[in-house]
Design a protein around this ligand. Structure first.
Ligand code: COA
Length: 327
């Protein structure tokens, strides 16, 4: 079995900033409520011409450039998304064509906001077994289109974005441990009810606005705080490390209070925790790879740093891994 690591990263967030003050103009909400309850100050919205594959393609091209490989070297593309361009074909196939990865298999993986952690864990196994040399994993969303503009409870939380990683064999370091989890009995807490085979679109569905996300925020909050700390502990133990050995924590960016509570349970100092929610809101499967790319581009990650990434989301799902940086 060979070591597998992240050999390239890239991200893209749309140019359009939507501040809490912009939200005040269209909803019965306030900058103060949003900031104190969630930590969000602004988020990015895709332009009306952009769909998820457009964001994913830019992030992918940046990650491939960073890895120093050619698109034709890639054996597999996995896109973690909850806002695919179309229900089918897969967004990953659209990205495959756009970037010219003509030797790659491609599929989407839907695991709520845990999508990129799931995709990367799955992708790494293909390299470990020798089936593929390079795998491209992307977390990409235009998730704001799945939200109801008239629902202040959900609309203020989300933003759009995409992050990507190229996985490949490395000499030292790389992935030290992984963990994936799901509890489908909690599915009702975060759902996009209509548009699938259970409830196809109809005029009645549209009148009831069931084509948009519904959420039980308090239940999601409880699950998330528990899962951030539980999965982080599990991957730390599996890797034979202690929390002190971790140099960077990159948690899913859904709510600053969830991050703070999860990190407090783990006893992690604030300086090690990467926070982007103030700028981007919750861009679902994109939050973790976008945050990773930001600290990488800022030159903050050193070779040998141990980075713990952890996420949770619809399903309900959760997942985490530790990677020892090898670049
Ligand atoms: N602006 C102003 N008031 C709002 C509001 C908004 N955007 N959204 C809700 N409120 C109101 C509620 O109506 C409620 O009013 P009431 O007390 O008169 O009924 C009040 O604020 C408190 O609502 P509550 O649900 O108790 O707030 P909360 O502290 O639980 O925060 C969330 C709500 C959604 C921010 C929080 O539960 C959360 O972040 N949950 C996790 C969501 C998540 O992470 N989802 C994605 C997972 S991947």
């Amino acid at each position: 079995m060979l070591n597998v690591g992240i050999i390239g990263v890239g991200s893209y967030v749309p140019e359009k900033r939507v501040t809490n003050f912009d939200m005040e103009k269209i909803l019965d909400t306030s900058d103060e409520w949003i900031r104190t309850r969630t930590g969000i100050k602004e988020r990015r919205f895709a332009s009306s011409e952009q769909a998820t594959s457009d964001l994913a393609t830019i992030a992918a091209e940046r990650a491939i450039k960073d890895a120093g490989i050619s698109p034709e070297d890639i054996g597999l593309i996995i896109v973690g998304t909850n806002s695919p361009d179309t229900l089918y074909p897969a967004t990953a196939c659209r990205v495959q064509a756009r970037i010219g990865a003509k030797n790659a298999a491609a599929f989407d993986l839907q695991a709520g906001c845990t999508g990129w952690i799931y995709a990367t864990t799955v992708g790494a196994q293909f390299i470990r077994t020798g089936m593929y040399k390079y795998v491209l994993t992307i977390g990409a969303e235009v998730i704001t289109r799945m939200m109801d503009k008239t629902d202040r409870y959900t609309y203020v939380l989300f933003g759009d974005g995409a992050g990507a990683a190229v996985l490949g064999n490395i000499e030292d370091g790389g992935f030290l441990s992984y963990e994936l989890y799901a509890d489908g009995s909690l599915a009702q807490h975060l759902v996009l009810p209509a548009g699938g085979s259970r409830m196809p679109l109809s005029q009645e569905v549209l009148d009831k606005r069931l084509q948009y996300t519904t959420m039980d925020g308090r239940e999601v909050f409880k699950f998330s705080v528990r899962e951030i700390s539980r999965l982080s502990k599990n991957v730390i133990n599996k890797a034979g490390l202690t929390a002190n050995d971790i140099d960077w924590f990159i948690p899913h960016q859904a709510n600053l209070r969830i991050i703070d509570a999860g990190m407090k349970r783990l006893g992690i100092p604030k300086e090690k925790v990467v926070v982007t929610i103030d700028k981007y809101g919750n861009s679902s499967a994109a939050t973790v790879p976008v945050a990773l790319d930001e600290i990488y581009r800022a030159g903050k990650i050193k070779k040998g740093d141990k980075i713990l990434m952890v996420s949770f989301g619809a399903g309900m799902t959760s997942g985490a891994f530790i990677v020892e940086w090898s670049k």
